[in-house]
Design a protein around this ligand. Structure first.
Ligand SMILES: [Cu+2]
Length: 308
């Protein structure tokens, strides 16, 4: 009699534990899905309160904000799962600590639990995959009619920027262009709040166009391969640009500056260039610093070092 009663009691306890486990796990999934679903509206503020959870400071384009939201959302989801797992571990450690020499009830083939821990990770991966894929396709998206088109020509060891729009043709009918030399850092002037499409080509080896503040870089290939990407810069300023692909002896000197100005200033800059002004003269004419402020040409740097 006693043995039968005890068996029924432990079966009930087992059932109850199973139900509690399933409920806790269900709550975890709901919290995770809710956090990811609500990500759009509140992630920015949550992320900034925690300094972006290690995401680099900056981010001056529409693309960079989307990537920031993906990062913050992923970290919050990971924290939710982490807290749930740590909670379950500590709950088990305390609730089922060793109380005697008797071997506790061994549970095997618990189908609901096995089903749960097969489905749950899949759900987590599916949600993360969805947000990663949509963010990636947004970052890679190119609109049919971008406001500004710029060709980026990379060569050992500098950059040329050609403003391709029909209204950006100079007096000779050629596209207005700025080219860097060993003692001139090329300044790429772009308007804010306009979609800018970059066409990238290389004259020799593989380079990589990188503006750290855009939180984005894209390789520049030689041959007839043309890499494209599009951004909308939403903050005026001077941003350093670098080559991010080891391309030879002076790779580290292959710098440029991206200068984001208001659309009105940008139009004036293009007009000044069309009248025959050089890039520094045109920049000065719109009230901007004539030369790069975020980096210096290599020879200048060498002289500075020798002098100091
Ligand atoms: Cu390079």
């Amino acid at each position: 009699m006693f043995a039968r009663g005890s068996g029924a009691g432990s079966a009930r306890a087992r059932n109850r534990r199973g139900r509690v486990g399933a409920r806790v796990a269900g709550l975890g999934v709901t919290a995770l899905v809710a956090v990811m679903a609500l990500s759009g509206c509140s992630l920015g503020s949550v992320g900034s309160a925690f300094k972006g959870f290690g995401w680099p400071e900056g981010g001056v384009s529409d693309r960079s904000h989307r990537m920031y939201d993906l990062w913050v959302g992923s970290v919050i989801a990971a924290l939710v799962v982490g807290v749930l797992v740590w909670g379950l571990i500590f709950w088990c450690v305390i609730r089922y600590r060793k109380r005697g020499e008797e071997l506790p009830l061994q549970v095997r083939y618990n189908l609901p639990i096995e089903f749960l821990y097969t489905v749950l990770p899949f759900l987590v991966i599916a949600v993360l995959f969805y947000y990663t894929a949509t963010t990636q396709s947004y970052v890679d998206k190119i609109s049919k009619n971008p406001d500004v088109k710029v060709e980026v020509v990379a060569f050992k060891w500098n950059w040329q920027f050609r403003y391709l729009d029909a209204n950006a043709a100079g007096a000779d009918g050629q596209a207005i262009s700025t080219i860097g030399t060993s003692d001139y850092v090329p300044v790429l002037v772009v308007p804010t709040n306009k979609s800018i499409l970059f066409y990238e080509t290389s004259k020799d080896v593989i380079h990589s166009f990188w503006v750290p503040d855009l939180l984005f870089k894209r390789d520049v290939f030689p041959g007839n391969v043309e890499n494209k990407f599009q951004v909308t810069v939403d903050k005026e300023g001077s941003y350093v640009g670098r080559c991010a692909e080891l391309c030879g002896a002076y790779h580290s000197m292959m710098n440029f500056e991206m200068r984001a100005v208001t659309p009105e200033k940008y139009e004036r800059f293009i007009a000044a260039r069309k009248q025959g002004m050089s890039t520094p003269e045109a920049l000065q004419s719109i009230g901007e610093k004539a030369f790069a402020t975020t980096t210096t040409p290599f020879p200048y740097d060498q002289q500075q070092r020798a002098a100091s």
